[in-house]
Design a binder for this molecule. Structure first.
Ligand code: IDP
Ligand code: MG
Length: 139
């Protein structure tokens, strides 16, 4: 898969609040092309695997409960420098620390319920994309 791609999820808090449209608009306006997208809901096992890197963190159980609490929108985005530029568009993990105009500043509720996920490296972008999409679903 090309390295000018990143993986994102609109998390259950943002889906419940009706923010799918506004968040996708921010993503498009920032110059990202959507190359794959689906609405789905993670099982507990899915969530434990997806976030396995955080399994020893104190917030792990809360994170798994939150991310499985409702539907999410998973997508693959394309743009030059996609991983880094998307992390910039997201803002810091906590909305209180996120810069003005970032997705998390605008749409997140708290450090846990922070509206949107973005891959943190090209390697993880590929792993996370393969976790959520089959080859037939990535264009
Ligand atoms: P990131 O999403 O900005 O990369 P990570 O440190 O990779 O942040 O954490 C993954 C996810 O775990 C966060 O997006 C958030 O939903 C949750 N999380 C991170 N830190 C905390 C915390 O201190 N309390 C509760 N949840 C947290
Ligand atoms: Mg992370």
């Amino acid at each position: 898969m090309a390295l000018n791609r990143t993986f994102t999820m609109i998390k259950p808090d943002a889906v419940k609040k009706g923010y799918i449209g506004p968040i996708l608009n921010k993503i498009n306006v920032a110059g990202f092309k959507i190359v794959s997208m689906k609405m789905t809901q993670l099982s507990k096992r899915d969530a434990e695997l997806f976030y396995s890197i955080h399994k020893d963190r104190p917030f792990f159980n809360d994170l798994v409960a939150f991310i499985t609490s409702g539907p999410i929108v998973a997508a693959v985005l394309e743009k030059d420098n996609a991983v880094n530029d998307f992390r910039t568009l997201l803002g810091s993990t906590s909305p209180e620390e996120a810069a003005e105009g970032t997705i998390r500043k605008l749409f997140a509720t708290s450090v846990g319920e922070n509206a949107v996920h973005g891959s943190d490296s090209d390697e993880n972008s590929v792993i996370e994309t393969r976790f959520h999409f089959s080859d037939r679903e990535v264009f």
